[in-house]
Write a protein that binds this ligand. Structure first.
Ligand SMILES: Cc1ncc(C[n+]2csc(CCOP(=O)(O)OP(=O)(O)O)c2C)c(N)n1
Ligand SMILES: [Mg+2]
Length: 316
């Protein structure tokens, strides 16, 4: 086994067994790699996790039960970025400014109802790691469509007879347009993708200011696939380029994982019941949108974002 993988296997896990996530929950894998990666990168600093209303308020547990090996602060739906900013300021005043304050928030709160607060915290360049746990719908309340739901998807508010119209909100580019120091997309669908994931978490730990990690979290009940297919569905999301792995580091865009032979997006869609109603024409349209977004990313590579003054980054 490669040395870096051995280290990951041996490290202390900050999401404990016995948590309340569904079988096959993709975000349960992801949150563990985010927290363990941040802890490994800065072992001397504590972590405080800030979680708005979502599946994770349930999974974390009700006080005094805590599924995490770190302090958890639960917030209302729209205020995680604001409360995390306040927590960071309070810790700084108490001489604990090296604590890593980490938001773990769903797509409903990040892309829709809490977006103004996220944008304001980004504009202030708050010293936070903001993680978007994107399972592409409001899952905790029963699979309602969010701004991050992909085109054509079934949800309980977009039934198969009238599926999600329009495109998934491009939140990574929206956040990068704030000129924040670090934005990245992450999805652990294979060993090389996990390596990319952990490198991005390590980079986020190193940078100061507002760091935005957009993590794809496959969801068996919401996406309608068998619970043992989470890693495979995640792999297909990246290999089909439906969810490209990119980073915008200090304003410079880079595609961090290039599928050698991209799989047709049809294979990704066919693996999930939420797309089962799509016609061949729908699938073709989906593919052309994926191809167009990839072309845009290729064009972005090497360009700087709209930040006028490059944000300062320091190494720890
Ligand atoms: C102001 C407000 N509206 C609605 C709710 C109900 N609610 C709790 S969790 C949730 C879904 C959250 O969706 P998302 O942010 O995507 O997280 P997920 O549940 O998918 O993890 C909703 C609608 C709430 N708690 N507060
Ligand atoms: Mg969600």
């Amino acid at each position: 086994m490669a040395e870096w993988l051995e280290e990951i296997v041996a490290e202390e896990k900050l999401l404990h067994p016995g948590h309340a996530a569904c079988a096959g929950c993709g975000p349960a894998i992801n949150v563990r790699h985010v927290l363990d990666g941040l802890a490994a990168a800065r072992p001397e600093s504590r972590i405080v996790l800030v979680v708005p209303a979502s599946c994770w308020t349930i999974i974390a547990g009700i006080w005094p039960v805590n599924a995490f090996g770190v302090s958890v602060h639960l917030t209302p739906f729209a205020s995680a970025a604001a409360e995390a900013s306040g927590i960071k300021s309070a810790l700084r005043l108490r001489g604990q400014g090296d604590t890593q304050v980490v938001v773990w928030a769903g797509d409903g709160s990040t892309c829709d109802i809490g977006l103004s607060g996220v944008s304001a915290a980004a504009e202030r360049d708050e010293d936070l790691v903001y993680v978007l746990n994107d399972n592409e719908a409001y899952m905790n309340t029963g699979v309602q469509k969010s701004g991050a739901t992909p085109e054509g998807a079934w949800t309980t508010t977009t039934p198969a007879t009238a599926p999600r119209a329009g495109q998934k909100k491009d939140i990574a580019r929206i956040m990068a347009a704030h000129g924040i120091p670090y934005v990245a997309t992450l999805a652990p669908g294979s060993v090389p993708m996990l390596r990319d994931f952990r490198a991005k978490v390590a980079r986020a730990a190193e940078v100061r200011g507002f760091r935005f990690l957009h993590v794809l979290g496959a969801c068996p009940p919401g996406w309608r696939y068998p619970t043992d297919q989470t890693v495979e569905v995640t792999r297909l999301a990246v290999e089909s380029r439906a969810f490209p792995l990119v980073a915008c580091d200090d304003g410079a865009w880079r595609i961090t994982y290039r599928p050698k032979r991209p799989v047709p997006v049809r294979e990704y869609l066919e693996a999930q019941g939420r797309f089962g109603h799509l016609s061949p024409d729908d699938v073709e349209a989906f593919q052309s949108h994926v191809d167009e977004r990839w072309r845009q990313l290729v064009a972005l590579e090497g360009q700087t974002s709209c930040s006028e003054t490059p944000p300062s980054t320091i190494s720890v």
